[in-house]
Design a protein. Structure first.
Ligand code: ES4
Ligand code: ZN
Length: 348
């Protein structure tokens, strides 16, 4: 699917992208050389750049926890393997700058990237290196590319809650009332038997510090409806990342509408493992029901290099949405964002 001039030229805001999921193979290769890290993933080792490139062609839609094959790597394993080349502050800076440069090209004027501190500290990388690297990228990206960003700290939900709380406290000086790198807190990684309510206290602490709150309720996850219910009614989230399964339950649809909770959707992430005729009518349904949502990219490098423009093109093309509706979705992203009011007016 090629990107139409209409989608390419539409000013955009991106609210659901994992910065580590934007690590392109070229930068991964470069950092592996610079840091003298072998490029390996499970039993495979990549000796040439071509071998590395080939490794991105697969679709990681296996669900071992749902009875799928156990010996096949999962999407998240590939994502965390990619992270291994990130060691120095400059590595995180280059990753951030690379993404923000691409934003400028795609006419993304504002972004709220997620970052995973624990994915790096558990490999022995100091939290300061990660946070200062991203902070410099936030500042230089705005100055050099004109792309403003407010970042989102993510708890790794399949690690112990206390580890997430400790990582949060460590990162707090880079939060909203400190350096201002992040202004919100999210919940990412493998949701299997890790419902949002486990993190209720952690989110309440973050809220008390003035941070906004969002959390992943992945599409087609086990217990997905219960996770969405907890996110809305127990943890009182302000947004939900994915959350498309809410359409199955009237109680959840009503909760989203009443509380003005928007969904950050990533069409290609679902399209990898869902038939077109099953998936895309859901976008029309959401519009008809008045559930607010916007279109985003998730982990573009690990999802066939489909970025926010490609995701919007998919919604436009397969969802049969009008140009007017696409403009509305781009506006929804501004509405749902946590940019300050002056910047929101600017983007609107
Ligand atoms: C993620 Cl696709 C996905 N789901 C949950 N957590 C994530 N972190 C990065 N990508
Ligand atoms: Zn995500």
């Amino acid at each position: 699917l090629t990107i139409s001039p209409f989608i390419a030229s539409l000013p955009k805001a991106e609210l659901h992208v994992h910065i580590e999921g934007t690590l392109q193979p070229s930068l991964r290769w470069k950092l592996a050389q610079r840091n003298n890290i072998p490029l390996r993933f499970k039993s495979q080792e990549y000796h040439t750049y071509e071998q590395l490139l080939d490794s991105y062609k697969v679709t990681y839609n296996h669900r071992p926890e749902l009875g799928g094959p156990k010996d096949v790597p999962t999407f998240l394993e590939a994502y965390f393997a990619g992270c291994e080349v990130l060691l120095q502050e400059d590595d995180f800076y280059e990753l951030g700058m690379d993404y923000l440069a691409r934003c400028q090209q795609m006419k993304v004027c504002y972004a709220e990237p997620f970052f995973d501190i624990q994915a790096h500290t558990r490999r022995g990388v100091p939290a300061e290196s990660v946070l200062n690297g991203y902070l410099r990228a936030q500042r230089d990206g705005a100055a050099k590319y004109g792309v403003r960003s407010n970042w989102i700290f993510c708890f790794i939900r399949d690690e112990p809650v206390e580890d997430g709380e400790a990582a949060y406290l460590k990162a707090l000086p880079w939060g909203k009332s400190g350096h201002g790198l992040f202004h919100a807190v999210g919940l990412a990684s493998n949701a299997y038997e890790r419902p949002p309510s486990l993190f209720k206290r952690a989110f309440e602490r973050a809220r008390a510090d003035g941070h906004h709150i969002t959390m992943h309720c992945d599409f087609g996850q086990k217990d997905t409806h219960e996770h969405i219910r907890q996110a809305i009614y127990e943890v009182q989230t302000e947004r939900i990342d994915h959350g498309l399964d809410a359409l199955d339950r009237e109680e959840l649809i009503q909760g989203l509408i009443e509380r003005n909770i928007g969904l950050t959707l990533c069409p290609h992430a679902y399209h990898r493992r869902t038939a077109t005729e099953v998936l895309f009518p859901k976008f029309r349904q959401l519009l008809d029901r008045g559930v607010k949502f916007c279109i985003n990219s998730d982990d573009p490098v690990y999802m066939h290099n489909v970025w926010i423009d490609g995701n919007m093109e998919k919604a436009y093309h397969y969802g049969g949405l009008s140009k007017k509706e696409m403009v509305q979705l781009a506006r929804n992203a501004v509405d749902m964002s946590w940019a300050d009011e002056a910047l929101k007016r600017d983007m609107y």
